[in-house]
Ligand binder design. Structure first.
Ligand SMILES: [Zn+2]
Length: 443
């Protein structure tokens, strides 16, 4: 914002974004103490870990004391599947969501009625930060279902008083028709899906610049500054990065403001720390490490010091927009090998499991990531036994289809499977390079 700009007006829902820092810290500590006490009382795993560290909730007297608490990891969610980390009885849980894990069993998360209200409020504040308000028409192209994206954005869009079009993902031609016919002013989806939509609109002769569409709220996968430039230049919309994860609440953990310089974390509900990947020590602002989040108000399933595997840094200094909420740099990479394809988490280990369950394959495979028409594509190349290869052509096709089905059942996405002859895939003497990322070579 330059001095010549008129004083910006803020949506009333954004008021908590501007709470003076000392007040915010006080609120955080009160909430932290309450949530630690609740988790200690009701979640066996957390209580055992605290006892092993010779700690009780009374030892948490300041926000700095948080660093003494044990971490929670994705493995903890897997190991306690499905309800082991719930702090509320099922009768108080009004919603569960789930996302894919490495073993085929999903990660399950829970919400009380109040948790859903908090989630709605942070999504309302997210949309408000993007300049949306009552009267906007929001097309929600995030997937509806167990994935948190669809319903999270839906409740927030309704909460801010917008008209919601719950179209969910896919069916691109219909998406474009509704964008045009309904006078949509904002869209929510993954950034790669929006790139696909741009391509398709061009093929159909629809000029997105001529539509009322003025904002895109893009998340559920990392995306770059250059992708933002591309999107904004071909569509004339403002593209906002939104961050969230099911384990914490879903979308609405952090959002960009119109400065587009980092994402404001809704710190009154989610406490961020950046830790050293190897030592686990808390790092100062500005230093890069793994993002660790603590839910300060989530009642059904408190997450204490959850290791997100996302690599970022907390940005020093205050944002010119005036929000007191701290900002994190956009997420560029993850500390593990997880691939995010069209918003869905895909692990090489899941694919390996699926491949090796089917007879006729060899344990030599590779995942090739490419980008076609702006959409990330994954191809699985797997070697098959000499018998399968010498068989009639139909046998190869049948095996490829069978592998495709098996992978789809595990990861929830149709992935192209190519069968190759034995000894085709390069062997490694050290760690196998399973993922070949060719996306950087393509537009
Ligand atoms: Zn800001």
């Amino acid at each position: 914002m330059t001095p010549a700009d008129p004083k910006p007006t803020y949506h009333p829902a954004s008021a908590p974004d501007f709470v003076p820092a000392p007040l915010l810290r006080r609120l955080q500590l009160d909430r932290l103490q309450a949530i630690v006490a609740r988790a200690y009382e009701r979640v066996a795993l957390f209580r055992q870990r605290l006892q092993a560290s010779k700690l009780t909730p009374a030892d948490i007297r300041s926000l700095e004391d948080m660093a003494r608490l044990p971490f929670t990891t994705k493995a903890d969610l897997r190991d306690t599947y499905p309800f082991g980390l719930f702090a509320s009885p099922l009768k108080d849980v009004v919603r569960v969501h789930a996302s894919s894990g490495t073993t085929g069993k999903p990660i399950v998360v829970a919400y009380t009625k109040d948790d859903v209200a908090v989630w709605t409020s942070v999504m309302v504040r997210s949309f408000a930060a993007c300049g949306l308000h009552e009267g906007d028409i929001i097309q929600n192209a995030y997937g509806y279902g167990l994935f948190t994206g669809g319903l999270g954005a839906h409740y927030g869009a309704e909460g801010i008083g917008a008209t919601v079009i719950p179209i969910s993902g896919g069916n691109t031609d219909r998406q474009i028709m509704l964008l045009k016919d309904f006078g949509v002013t904002a869209i929510c989806c993954t950034p790669t899906y929006f790139l696909h939509l741009i391509d398709r609109a061009q093929q159909l002769g629809v000029d997105l610049k001529s539509l009322p569409l003025r904002a895109g709220v893009f998340g559920a996968e990392p995306w770059t500054q250059s992708m933002r430039k591309h999107i904004e230049s071909v569509t004339n919309i403002a593209a906002f990065d939104i961050y969230g994860l099911s384990e914490i609440i879903g979308p609405g953990v952090a959002i960009e403001c119109p400065q587009h310089d980092g994402l404001h974390i809704f710190e009154d509900h989610f406490y961020p720390e950046i830790i050293d990947l190897d030592t686990g020590a808390v790092l100062p602002d500005g230093q890069e490490g793994e993002l660790v989040l603590t839910t300060l108000s989530k009642w059904a399933m408190p997450m204490i010091r959850y290791r997100t595997r996302d690599i970022t840094a907390l940005l020093p200094g205050q944002c010119p927009c005036g929000r007191t909420l701290r900002r994190m740099r956009r997420i560029g990479r993850r500390s593990d090998d997880m691939l995010i394809l069209r918003g869905v988490n895909v692990y090489p280990s899941q694919i390996e499991t699926a491949l090796l369950e089917v007879e006729g394959t060899l344990p030599h495979y590779q995942l090739i990531l490419t980008r076609e028409h702006g959409l990330d594509q994954l191809e699985v190349q797997v070697e098959v036994t000499p018998q399968v290869f010498s068989d009639r052509v139909g046998a190869l096709e049948a095996l490829a289809a069978k592998l495709g089905d098996r992978i789809e059942r595990v990861v929830g996405l149709r992935i192209k499977v190519t069968l190759v002859e034995p000894q085709t895939i390069q062997r490694s003497e050290g760690k196998a390079k399973r993922v070949i990322d060719k996306r950087a070579q393509q537009p």
